[in-house]
Design a protein around this ligand. Sequence first.
Ligand code: 0CM
Ligand code: SF4
Length: 316
Amino acid sequence: MDQKPPLTLYLAAPRGFCAGVDRAIKIVEMALQKWGAPVYVRHEIVHNKFVVDSLRDKGAVFVEELDECPDDRPVIFSAHGVPKAVPAEARRREMVYVDATCPLVSKVHVEAERHHAAGLQMIMIGHAGHPEVLGTMGQLPEGEVILVETVGDVALIAPRDPERLAFITQTTLSVDDTAAIVAALQARFPAIVGPAKEDICYATTNRQASVKAVADKIDALLVIGAPNSSNSRRLVEVGRAAGCAYSQLVMRADQIDWRAIAGSRAVGVTAGASAPEVLVDEVVQAFRDRYDLSVEMVETARENVEFKVPRVLREA
Ligand code: 0CM
Ligand code: SF4
């Protein structure tokens, strides 16, 4: 029998589910228990096909817009948040709804409202079209939030009054890219008001830090996550920027390009905040099947954040 080649797998930690994802999934499960199927979910509850498929099997129906839901079934809003018009419409239709927006996204919504009430125009750093960006921009009237995606954009924007500005950010951005954009904003608009650093959440920050810690030990990095998952895609970029040229997003083990990593002696594995640990186990097993594997953990932080589900689901 052929001997398997040796390989060290570095498992980055923290990785995988964050408190907001955990809570959002629980909300769907508890809503199904409380009200029975079908329960509607506006947008993927979190950006992971495996999670969405498992909830669909239990009776969740995923739609993109509220007008695809009947009036008489409960609807849940995804972890990424929704524009104000969405719950307003649900109330108008007298629907039962549960908002699974991550509390750390809601915190940014509140910040935006507070700055708006103080008469400041907002600059949002984020990715155009992402549901979190649509949700956060949709907290304020049209024209009150200007989106900036890159350092280059900063020179191009034309705010109403450069002296009366504040910035907010998407929660799942690259920490380093965002720092550069914030610096460019502060250079062009010295009076701009903002949070102490940015609004990037603890989970995004911690997962990027652990990728940086494994990057110099590995020949290839696999990030378990979905192509529409912002935080997961940022981990791939962080891996590349930290010197790991082969950094690749995979949804699960069957997407691993084994030829591309042939010859590697050390591979890093991490998972985005919406990727379940069973998929990490699956990837580790796929390596074990092909290699004489040693697994090492690279842990850069411990997380103990937990968010409560809304009261309506805690009541019998
Ligand atoms: O925002 P992102 O695309 O990273 O969403 P996700 O569902 O992959 O991760 C969790 C969240 C939020 C908000
Ligand atoms: Fe909340 Fe951050 Fe998780 Fe998004 S990635 S759900 S903002 S904790």
